[in-house]
Design a protein around this ligand. Structure first.
Ligand code: HMG
Ligand code: MG
Length: 298
């Protein structure tokens, strides 16, 4: 069966913008977040407290949070890799963070300057201190279905990384198809294997990039398997600067079109969302990658 309601976890301001080379003005970022909230999105990942040299686009994280004025019903998590990032996030008054683990050795090196094992040495005290401070902590697992350097990724290795994050206290696990190569059979296999390891669908979210055009099919598959939280990016913005061949995330508009058609509630006003992505595309000087944005705004 399918759920009656899906929680959309919007990543456009973070995953979307982190890949844009030209620095976007902080006022434009703030307007983007406000418009997303106005369109009915209730969970918006706004920025990252990573090393500013690694992701210059999001070096203005603290400034952006100061510029935001969101209703208390909107959750605004931020990406945090380590204790230094947590300190900065706490200083900015953040209530929710997301840490991001790699399921592969190569991506742990490229994205975190760490190893598959050592990443947990960085995450454990970060998560513990965040929980002690009363924050909610999401955990991402990247490269769940394929890695541009290593190729196929061992299912057991993905499950081990996910289970470890859950054990460290993450309330939600987001399964990242960082380079958008997954197909639906893999999604069924991973969700099944996590279930066997004691990580049920109630704590899972899915995070698909749309490089090979599989994101919507993979999402529908995950919903059928019992997942009810889906990550997406307004206008299909995005990619990961440290993952070769990664393109944008599943577009939020494409997701909402499908869920609306299925009678699944999201609380999102599609017309307002499309208008937001059209406006953002103008700011970035290039058309939106979302098929639904193209169809409705064309
Ligand atoms: P490092 O160079 O190994 O850091 O980078 P370090 O611990 O050796 O520290 C070096 C210096 O950096 C020190 O300063 C630290 O204080 C400073 P110094 O003492 O030399 O003056 N530093 C920091 N400064 C500000 N904020 C911080 C921070 N940490 C250390 N947080 C590090 C290690 C993890 C910091 C680095 O690799 C990094 O920032 N990586 C982030 C990469 C990134 O943001 N990637 C994109 C997001 S992941 C993604 O997109 C995937 C996802 O969407 C899911 C999916 O699609 O699969 C989530
Ligand atoms: Mg991503």
């Amino acid at each position: 069966g399918l759920p009656d309601r899906v929680t959309i976890y919007e990543v456009g301001p973070r995953d979307g913008l982190q890949n844009e080379a030209a620095i976007v003005d902080v006022a434009v970022k703030a307007e983007f977040v406000h418009r997303l909230a106005e369109a009915g999105l209730t969970t918006i990942e706004t920025t990252s407290f990573v090393h500013p040299k690694w992701v210059p686009q999001l070096a203005d994280a603290a400034e952006l949070l100061t510029a935001l004025d969101l209703p208390s019903t909107v959750r605004a998590p931020v990406l945090v890799p380590n204790e230094r990032g947590l300190d900065r996030a706490l200083e900015a008054g953040v209530r929710e963070i997301a840490i991001f683990a790699s399921a592969t050795e190569t991506f742990a090196k490229k994205n975190l300057n760490s190893t598959l094992d050592d990443q947990f040495t960085m995450f454990a005290p970060t998560i513990r201190r965040a929980l002690d401070a009363g924050l909610a902590v999401r955990g991402y697992v990247s490269m769940c279905y394929g890695d541009p350097w290593e190729g196929d990724v061992d299912l057991d290795q993905v499950v081990r990384v996910g289970a470890r994050l859950a054990e460290l206290g993450c309330h939600e696990l987001s399964l990242g198809d960082t380079i958008g190569v997954a197909t639906p059979g893999q999604v069924i296999d991973l969700i099944g294997a996590l279930g066997q390891a004691g990580v049920g669908t109630e704590v899972l979210a899915v995070h698909f990039h749309d490089t090979y055009g599989q994101a919507l099919a993979n999402t529908l598959t995950a919903l059928r398997e019992g997942v009810t939280t889906v990550d997406s990016s307004a206008g299909g913005l995005g990619g990961c600067p440290y993952a070769e061949s990664a393109t944008g995330n599943l577009a939020t508009e494409d997701l909402v079109w499908q869920l609306d058609g299925l009678g699944i509630e999201t609380g999102v006003d599609l017309a307002k969302l499309v208008a937001t992505s059209v406006w953002m595309a103008e700011q970035l000087g290039k058309p939106s990658a979302s098929r639904v944005v193209q169809a409705l705004a064309g």
